[in-house]
Design a protein around this ligand. Structure first.
Ligand code: FEO
Length: 395
């Protein structure tokens, strides 16, 4: 059932309450998600984005109950990823000749995925379409936020920015607006989304935020493609993005490790004790990587000024969980963060050297050669780990 966003703008998307993983199994969505599609019924009838492919038939059936599909004048595709374009093949069977307004790169992504030659109409930043009743849609290219094909669409008079993935959150809710949901959930899902999806593109985002600000468009609502619509102080999320895009960190040190026989785990806990001893203000978090959600851990890394990484040495290398997590951090291109290594070993003891190399290669400033301990930590080794924690706190 459609829900009114404002005046003649309606939400016609899908709430996916049971979604637990997104992007295959790459991104955890503990609180589900929504795929937001918007129906604009001015003199022109316009559909902005659709929903994920598994819900395509349901989406088209529901949409047909709300509007005569033949009355849809055109479709705006802000982004070609399948969670927003997945219902296009089912929808376009009903309107095969209707224009699809999108970026040049979206033509490529849509053709590449659906192999259809729909009536694509390429738009660029500043292009406008009159939708009647004195209202226009203005397009703003958002390349690499987060795909090359991404764009946002601004609706004049109602002053709504349809921002697609930017400013979204994976949060299933029947509520439409930001002021109606749990604010902790909203913040946690917003920052997790930024850290895990948008962080690599922070320099582009900084420029784009400046460009949007320079357009001087009044923004009364920001309507993303996932989660709630920002209507209460909508610029609060823009301000947050401005902070997050600027080499964000809090006064936090996060210790992340994996362990085989709990020696490296004991070092992690002693290092945390040492950090606390040396700095009573810093937030310290300790996570066993093998027992943690990696996307939640990435959010902790995003908030950290220093990440302390531990692995025992195994067959002259490190545990694959640690190697994989460092690779994930590398892809997310964190800036202005420090790193330190630790780990237990029995014979060769290369883990700290390998961790340091990988962390440096991932863009972190490595603070020291690391701390390693042969066999299970005795009292002296535990004290040395505490001292290593104190040293990390003082860097
Ligand atoms: Fe980039 Fe929500 O898709």
């Amino acid at each position: 059932m459609k829900k009114r966003v404002k005046n003649n703008v309606f939400w016609v998307g899908k709430v996916d309450w049971e979604l637990q993983k997104f992007h295959g199994n790459e991104y955890s969505t503990h609180k589900g998600s929504t795929y937001n599609s918007y129906l604009i019924q001015e003199e022109k009838t316009v559909l902005v984005d659709t929903v994920w492919a598994p819900f395509a038939e349901e989406f088209v059936d529901n949409l047909a109950k709300e509007v005569d599909l033949n009355k849809i004048d055109f479709i705006v595709v802000n982004h070609g990823e399948v969670d927003h374009s997945g219902a296009l093949p089912a929808l376009m069977k009903h309107l095969p000749d209707k224009p699809i307004y999108c970026t040049a790169n979206a033509v490529k992504s849509l053709k590449g995925q659906y192999h259809q030659h729909w009536n694509f109409q390429v738009v660029k930043t500043g292009d406008k379409i009159d939708i009647g009743n004195g209202k226009e849609l203005i397009f703003v290219e958002m390349a690499m936020l987060h795909w090359p094909d991404s764009m946002a669409t601004y609706m004049t008079q109602d002053n709504i920015l349809f921002s697609n993935d930017a400013f979204g959150q994976h949060l299933a809710t029947e509520e439409l607006f930001n002021d109606l949901v749990d604010q902790c959930d909203l913040f946690n899902e917003s920052i997790k989304y930024y850290a895990n999806i948008l962080n690599p593109f922070s320099p582009i985002l900084r420029r784009k935020l400046a460009e949007i600000t320079a357009l001087n468009l009044p923004i009364e609502m920001i309507a993303p493609s996932h989660g709630v619509i920002w209507r209460d102080n909508p610029l609060q999320i823009v301000e947050k993005y401005a902070q997050w895009a600027n080499e964000y960190q809090e006064n936090q040190i996060t210790v992340i490790y994996d362990t085989m026989w709990n020696g490296t785990k004991l070092l992690a806990e002693k290092i945390a004790e040492g950090i606390r001893f040396a700095d009573e203000d810093v937030v310290i978090k300790v996570h066993n990587l093998a027992k943690s959600d990696v996307n939640d851990l990435i959010t902790e890394v995003f908030k950290s000024k220093t990440v302390v990484i531990g692995s025992p040495t195994i067959v002259n290398s490190i545990l694959h969980s640690v190697a994989g997590f460092i690779n994930l951090m590398k892809g997310l291109r964190f800036k202005n963060k420090k790193a330190a290594a630790f780990g237990c070993y029995g014979w060769s003891g290369e883990s700290i050297k390998i961790i340091n190399e990988l962390m440096e290669n991932a863009g972190f400033e490595v603070l020291s050669e690391g701390y390693r301990n042969q066999w299970h930590p005795d009292d002296d080794a535990q004290k040395a780990a505490v001292d290593y924690g104190k040293k990390i706190a003082q860097f």
